[in-house]
Design a protein around this ligand. Structure first.
Ligand code: VGL
Ligand code: ZN
Length: 199
């Protein structure tokens, strides 16, 4: 198991029911993910971590509403309700998640002008988070991903994992999607094309 890591994506209060960007049934992933942790030598968490004036927030764009898509210098960007603001209760991990099992917590989306869905690259698909280097240096080759949301941060992380040469499995039962404009089906198809093992 030395070469295998569990990557837990954004299991934070704001993505759980009642949160600012609550994913339906999002909190249901917590017991499944906690149980999985014991099977892995490496557990890594990601944490969406935005400044209060982040450019992915609809509130920063006059006349735009949440869930609309706009063009940013780095490409299309969907707009969201304000969520996962640095230091806020909404940005904290779900209180029942076994956070202490994690050897690394990777924060993303902390630069005002660019969003970051993937655990590997910001949304320009070029600026690395450092995760690939961390995994390579530690001899980790096989990734299992689960968390929130299936069709955004989980999917982009899994697709980038494949592009970076890692084996990637996504556990759909331990993930939940947002599903805006058919995004869940579209991203499941894109993951499959990228060689992600969907279970
Ligand atoms: C996410 C939308 C905005 C996610 C993060 O974790 O999937 N989705 N920020
Ligand atoms: Zn976000």
């Amino acid at each position: 198991m030395a070469g295998k890591a569990l990557i837990v994506i954004d299991v934070q209060n704001d993505f759980c029911p009642g949160g600012a960007l609550g994913v339906a049934d999002g909190d249901a992933v917590v017991p499944a993910i906690n149980a999985l942790m014991a099977d892995f030598d490496h557990v890594i968490l990601t944490q969406d971590w935005h400044p209060a004036d982040h450019a992915s927030f609809a509130s920063q764009h006059k006349g735009k509403a949440a869930y609309e898509e706009i063009d940013m210098p780095y490409g299309p960007q969907r707009l969201w309700p304000d969520h996962c603001i640095q230091g806020s209760a909404g940005a904290e991990f779900h209180p029942e998640l076994y956070v202490s099992s994690a050897e690394l917590i990777i924060r993303k989306g902390f630069r005002r002008e660019i969003d970051s869905y993937s655990a590997f690259f910001e949304n320009d698909h070029r600026t690395p988070t450092g995760l690939a280097g961390y995994l390579r240096e530690r001899g980790i080759t096989d990734l299992t991903l689960a968390g929130l949301a299936t069709d955004f941060c989980v999917a982009f992380s899994a697709i980038d994992a494949r592009a970076q040469g890692f084996a990637a499995t996504v556990l759909l039962d331990a993930s939940r999607g947002i599903d805006v404009d058919g995004s869940l089906a579209a991203m499941i198809a894109r993951m499959r094309e990228a060689g992600v093992d969907l279970r």
